[in-house]
Design a protein around this ligand. Structure first.
Ligand code: NDP
Length: 444
């Protein structure tokens, strides 16, 4: 059996009941076959892949907190510190009832390669909890965040592991966690990114993932002799990534006609009204059912359906496995030209294969949504310098990073005879950088 197949089999055996982790490992290792086959003997002897698929450390802990009625709840907290070959662990904290160890491991594993692609010195990590922030009061959110950080603070630090936001963790949660870290550890340091501007946050961090997604799509289209201007776009999600992807798409002259949340989706033929969306989601924290009150001509549908709309570009920005084979077929039938992942692993493997086989330009999440973590790394740099860079400077750096990511993955794909396959290109480009650092540091 080939080395890749051996390792995939081991991962499935040693990590039972973690389908998302198996999916992420398979997707990466399958596409690395050309590089691994060329170095099979050396990699086997060094157990390189075994070291790559086993986290350096995984932490699981109890998070007790008290609700407004005096009832005690116990959630589970996780932090998976996967790979620190190129820098301190870096990756967000997800707060969602679906969170379990397998999901955090898949996200942390993907993060290794994504972070390598940014060209910045950050390793891969991810954390979270099965806590559901929906419907909780501010005090309950604070109680949870303080309890979560009381344990997590033992394992993180500005030079060891620097978490950030993700699903369910926005500026409010980062603020409560930062406050508790500072209170317990007694240091004011850049231990979290996505902080508020008044206490060490970076301009553009809020917008970074969505803006970065559009910058890389813009560069890809430019290299294919096209532009974003006048394109019709479907976006899923209505959170941080979706909101700022819509904002930048509109600034670049495109029209985004959909958005969604976990209960339903909106179709607005005149283009999503961003002020209304921000008011509903960021200010009032309501459901998308409210959108019709602001835009009577729009449609609200229960359940899934964003990918049935006829568009030129699709940007999945909600969660993993939200775009399946049936959705891919609908998109292709409607003439979609490009799909770029704002979320992490939103496209199922069979859907991805179908899109690629039908000539759709496909940008995988580890490249397409790398703008968020890249700007987090810029926040770390500003914290170390104890200085704040202006919006224009950070935005220009973000744009350049995304342009570089595109050219790196394009080059890596071409080098191994997979021109135009950015999934292979992203995995190879990220892998080569991490492996070089791992080899230089010996067997650790
Ligand atoms: P948010 O919590 O801000 O928004 C998530 C959105 O997705 C919400 O609209 C939410 O709906 C929807 N959603 C969540 N879970 C589901 C589900 N199971 N089914 C359908 N819809 C769902 O998160 P972000 O925007 O920060 O993150 C979105 C994705 O982007 C994630 O995959 C994340 O890992 C990835 N990402 C985020 C980065 C960042 O900087 N924030 C960086 C890189 C990647 P509802 O409001 O109903 O919960």
């Amino acid at each position: 059996m080939s080395y890749v197949d051996d390792v995939i089999e081991q991962v499935i055996k040693q990590n039972p009941n973690e389908p998302e982790f198996h999916q992420a490992v398979k997707e990466v290792l399958e596409s690395l076959r050309p590089v691994i086959t060329a170095n099979e003997d050396k990699f086997r002897r060094d157990a390189l892949l075994e070291r790559l698929v086993n986290p350096e450390r995984q932490i699981k802990f109890r998070v007790p907190w008290i609700d407004d009625k005096g009832q005690v709840h116990v959630n589970t907290g996780y932090r998976v510190q996967f790979n620190s070959a190129i820098g301190p662990y870096k990756g967000g904290i997800r707060l969602h009832p679906s969170v379990n160890l397998g999901i955090i491991k898949f996200l942390s594993f993907e993060q290794i390669f994504k972070n390598a692609l940014t060209g910045l010195p950050i390793g891969g990590g991810k954390g979270g909890s099965d806590f559901d922030p929906k419907g909780k009061s501010d005090r309950e959110i604070m109680a949870f965040c303080q309890s979560f950080m009381t344990e997590l603070c033992k394992y993180i630090g500005a030079d060891t592991d620097v978490p950030a936001g993700d699903i369910g963790t926005g500026a409010r949660e980062i603020g409560y966690m930062f406050g508790q870290y500072k209170r317990i550890r007694g240091v004011f340091e850049g231990v979290l990114t996505g902080k508020g501007l008044s206490y060490g946050g970076s301009l553009v961090r809020t917008e970074a993932t969505g803006y970065g997604l559009l910058y890389i799509v813009e560069e890809m289209l430019k290299c294919h002799g096209d532009t974003i201007e006048d394109k019709t776009i479907a976006v899923s999600g209505a959170g941080n990534v979706a909101t700022y992807a819509i904002e930048k798409a509109h600034q670049l002259g495109a029209k985004v006609v959909t958005c969604s949340d976990s209960t339903g989706w909106v179709y607005d033929p005149d283009g999503i009204d961003l002020n209304a969306l921000k008011e509903i989601k960021e200010v009032k924290r309501e459901r998308l059912t409210e959108y019709k009150k602001y835009r009577p001509k729009s449609e609200y549908h229960e359940g899934r359906g964003v990918w049935t709309v006829k568009v030129d570009i699709a940007l999945p920005c909600a969660t993993q496995n939200e775009l399946n084979l049936e959705d891919a077929k609908a998109l292709v039938a409607n003439g979609v030209m490009a799909v770029a992942e704002g979320a992490n692993m939103p496209t199922t493997p069979d859907a991805m294969d179908y899109l690629l086989a039908n000539g759709v330009l496909f940008l995988p999440g580890k490249a397409a949504n790398a703008g968020g973590v890249a700007t987090s790394a810029l926040e770390m740099s500003q914290n170390s310098e104890r200085i704040c860079w202006p919006f224009e400077k950070v935005d220009a750096m973000l744009k350049q990073i995304m342009i570089n990511v595109y050219h790196n993955i394009d080059k890596a794909a071409k080098k191994y005879g997979y021109e135009g396959n950015y999934v292979v290109g992203a995995n190879i480009a990220g892998f080569e950088k991490v492996v070089e650092a791992m080899n230089a540091q010996g067997i650790v």
